[in-house]
Design a protein around this ligand. Structure first.
Ligand code: MN
Length: 480
């Protein structure tokens, strides 16, 4: 993107912000990378520019876009952090330092290096979440230009993208980005399957679009007399999510259902439920398909009502109902919260609170000493399948699938985890390694003076529980 275009796109959503620093960062980055090329043979700055473009698309604030333009300056040019700080201030420099790769560190294995990279990145993120947003923009462009690297590197980077970056984007609620990263990774990891599926989906596209348009129209009719403000969007699934479903259900593409979906977007929470009522009186809902992520939001801030209904032609369609604000959060995730409101740099007042889980989680991860354990815990906690478990008081805790009663105890409170001796799930006594399901009500039994056992590490999955247990065992000299 040309400089003028970048400034213009930024000013469109932040009309009252002075763009002088952005223009300066642009020129500075062009100059700093002047003699460098990417593997593609392109000028290196093309990469910095692409990262900044994504950040503008996500409507990030000015310091973030500056840091995006400058993100590889410290790593790949002789420019020092001091120079950067003198030119652009501490805020931008700290973000660049956070993003800077750590290739020069020596590690015993690739896994160690990868784990250390993640640890550093998450540490930086704990101080400023915008760092991870830049890192994700960086990864997106690297994935788009992966064809210029050798096969082995392609697979390694695509694998890392699929197991870590895409789930992280999901965790941050950036669904568009998540699908983009997944589909790119899918293409490199399973080229034959990708090609095959891509063809089939494209071949079906015409019929699917007709069906979807018809269904959209019938929803439109059903809602027309409701006097509730709304707009309806048609939705298609990403190739990777269709492929994952084929693997999970062990079915060919032709038998995969609910690849069709519509979204209804309205103004208030009350109207979401009102619209759901109308939808359910007009279309037969599929039993057990209704999920209320408004009263029980996901950990990544996602909120919406989900229901699957039978369309007029007997086809299954998933309907998601949400407010405009929920929709913004769903599309852009945490990035949505940095959006400028009529030129002010106002951040979402509740953002800090909402992101506390992320900071805490990062802290727990810091405690895990072995790179392997760190990466395993990271992958587990990023796991997309969550279970929602209730305390006896009705408070809900989100845990990764496969989490045990002991994980739950630590999720409730560290002290409760530490002194845990047993658990009751739905009024029945269970062992501490009992795996929880969504909707379970779990009551933890504690005993004063009781302490963690070494074998607890064998059946805890969350970083929080593992970090606390390990910390205790290490202090007592039980484990190294
Ligand atoms: Mn980069």
């Amino acid at each position: 993107m040309e400089k003028a275009e970048l400034l213009e796109k930024f000013s469109a959503y932040a009309p009252h912000v002075d763009t002088a620093m952005l223009a300066k960062a642009f020129d500075f980055s062009v100059k700093a990378h002047a003699d460098q090329e990417r593997a593609s043979g392109e000028h290196y700055f093309v990469h910095c520019d692409a990262v900044a473009s994504s950040l503008v698309d996500w409507k990030m604030d000015l310091p973030t876009i500056c840091a995006g333009l400058l993100h590889d300056v410290l790593e790949d040019t002789p420019i020092s952090a001091e120079t950067l700080a003198a030119e652009f201030g501490d805020e931008v420099t700290k973000m660049v330092l956070g993003v800077t790769k750590l290739d020069h560190l020596q590690f015993s294995s690739h896994d160690d290096a990868q784990a250390e990279n993640w640890r550093r990145m998450l540490l930086a993120t704990a101080q400023d979440i915008r760092v991870i947003v830049i890192k994700l923009a960086d990864r997106l462009h690297n994935m788009k230009t992966l064809n210029f690297l050798n096969k082995e590197k392609q697979k390694r980077i695509a694998h890392e993208t699929l197991t870590l970056y895409a789930p992280l984007a999901h965790r941050l609620g950036m669904f568009q980005l998540k699908s983009q990263l997944e589909d790119l990774a899918f293409m490199y990891l399973f080229p034959a399957e990708y090609e095959d599926l891509n063809q089939k989906v494209n071949a079906q596209l015409a019929t699917r679009e007709v069906t979807l348009a018809k269904f959209k129209e019938s929803v439109e009719q059903a809602l027309a007399n409701s006097n509730i403000p709304h707009r309806i969007l048609a939705r298609t699934k990403s190739l990777n999510s269709i492929y994952q479903k084929m693997l999970r259900q062990n079915k060919p593409f032709e038998e995969i259902q609910d690849a069709l979906g519509v979204r209804v977007i309205t103004d208030t929470v009350a109207n979401c439920y009102a619209l759901l009522g109308i939808v359910h009186t007009q279309f037969k809902p599929v039993a057990g398909s209704f999920t209320d992520y408004i009263s029980i939001p996901k950990m990544n801030l996602y909120r919406s009502l989900h229901t699957t209904v039978m369309g007029p032609g007997g086809e299954l369609v998933e309907i998601q109902i949400r407010t405009e604000e929920m929709h913004r959060t769903a599309e852009y995730g945490i990035a949505a919260h940095w959006r400028y409101k009529t030129g002010e740099t106002a951040r979402d007042a509740h953002l800090e609170e909402k992101l506390n889980w992320l900071r805490q989680w990062i802290e727990w991860l810091q405690d895990l000493k072995s790179p392997r354990e760190f990466l395993d815990s990271l992958k587990t906690d990023l796991e997309l399948n969550q279970v929602f478990v209730f305390t006896p008081a009705g408070e809900v805790k989100a845990l990764p699938a496969g989490a045990t009663a002991l994980d739950f105890a630590f999720a409730v409170h560290t002290e409760i985890g530490m002194a845990c001796v047993g658990a009751m799930v739905n009024n029945k006594m269970v062992k501490l390694d009992h795996q929880l399901k969504s909707g379970d009500i779990c009551k933890i039994l504690t005993k004063k003076g009781s302490a963690p056992k070494k074998d607890w590490l064998n059946f805890t999955r969350t970083a929080r529980a593992r970090s606390k247990i390990r910390h205790y065992l290490r202090e007592k000299g039980i484990v190294a």
